[in-house]
Design a binder for this molecule. Structure first.
Ligand code: MN
Length: 376
């Protein structure tokens, strides 16, 4: 019986150009802090080691600082750490793992699973590794690592560590690297393996009770459903228990809201205002509905006011289906005359025309309203 921490897809060095510039460095640091928190989880649960299922690094060409700081964070992890090269950081000719920077600075308790097959890592524990040796392997590396396995010796626990999408969850299952779940479950059924840890899927996912994606410990994209976790795994020849432990601190999200009234706008703004840890939150709002111009102006003003508190807060334009309808009240208060009044009438026609120019006309009306209104 052994207890270990399973994690994957650290993507250290990942640039996040979609965040505000000041947030990018904080986010990079958060990914390193997650490594330290993984060490804390290992200590708190008395885990024997940590295994990382690939994509430890975002690429093989990284700033020296990323690698050196990764080692600083890893130095704080109190148990051995086993790194699997994945598709982002494969063991190819340009591999980070064979660079002098890596080999010279690597802490003694950090190991690279640099060959396919069995690695005895602990008393009575063998990792069965399926590392990537290039960006485009020609086959299912997990199946290749598992096929030649003899049954596990008596009392020995075997943990498969691989990287890639399993066929049952992959809509584009035609890729040569797709992991065949059937081969994996066959090896689990006949005692060649006892549990499988996979990387590549950044949301924590139980494929079947013995096959898991830990997911990324700190969110990497807005469409991940359950990122920010690691797994604490208890496994013996006849025993398996997997616990999900949250370690992530950041939130990336793309909430959907339908806005048709002033109340809808106020409710959305109140919800955003009430969010905790805004500086560690990036939101891409997906809005739909039909708003009066004055309500759209209130929305824009509210978002402008809140945005600086967030790591990112704006509209996801590709998923924006918000029509703005200028009504008679919108400009009556401004008492426009002459040229400006004519412009408003013309813009209103275009805004309501449902043509390609409508959005631009709506923006122009909003701007005009704000400029003239501000001058009063
Ligand atoms: Mn990945």
């Amino acid at each position: 019986m052994v207890r270990f921490v399973a994690t994957a897809d650290w993507q250290l060095g990942m640039a996040a150009r979609y965040l505000q510039p000041e947030a990018q460095a904080r986010y990079g640091q958060a990914r390193l802090d997650a490594v330290r928190r993984i060490g804390e989880v290992a200590a708190a649960h008395d885990a024997a080691f940590v295994v990382v299922g690939g994509d430890v690094f975002e690429s093989n060409q990284l700033d020296r600082q990323v690698v050196v700081r990764a080692f600083e964070a890893l130095a704080d992890v109190p148990v051995p750490v086993h790194l699997l090269p994945g598709n982002h950081d494969p063991l190819d000719a340009a591999s980070l793992y064979t660079s002098t920077l890596f080999t010279r600075h690597r802490p003694d308790h950090v190991h690279v699973l640099d060959t396919a097959g069995v690695h005895p890592v602990h008393d009575g524990v063998e990792l069965v590794a399926a590392p990537w040796f290039g960006k485009r392997p020609l086959g299912d590396l997990v199946a290749q690592a598992v096929a030649p396995l003899p049954p596990a010796p008596d009392g020995v626990v075997r943990v498969l560590v691989g990287h890639g999408q399993v066929d049952v969850l992959d809509p584009d299952g035609s890729r040569p690297t797709t992991v065949a779940l059937a081969d994996l479950t066959a090896a689990l059924d006949d005692g060649r393996l006892h549990v499988a840890v996979l990387g590549d899927r950044h949301s924590t996912t139980q494929v079947e009770p013995r096959v898991w994606y830990p997911g990324t410990p700190e969110v990497t994209a807005r469409r991940e459903t359950d990122p920010g976790n690691v797994l604490v795994v208890d496994v013996g020849p006849d025993h398996l228990e997997v616990e999900t432990v949250a370690v992530g601190r950041w939130t990336f999200d793309d909430p959907e809201h339908r806005l048709d009234t002033a109340d809808d706008v106020s409710a959305l703004l109140a919800e955003l205002r009430g969010r905790r840890a805004k500086e560690r939150t990036a939101l891409w709002l997906r809005l739909s509905g039909t708003l009066a111009l004055r309500d759209k102006i209130a929305l824009d003003a509210g978002l402008d006011e809140l945005a600086p508190a967030f790591a990112r807060l704006d509209l996801w334009h590709r998923h924006l289906d918000l029509a703005v309808v200028p009504d008679d009240h919108d400009f009556a208060d401004l008492a426009l005359t002459g040229f400006a009044a004519d412009a408003v009438l013309e813009l209103r026609d275009v805004a309501a025309s449902g043509t390609e120019a409508s959005a631009a006309a709506q923006d122009a009306l909003g701007l005009l309203h704000r400029l003239v209104g501000a001058g009063r």
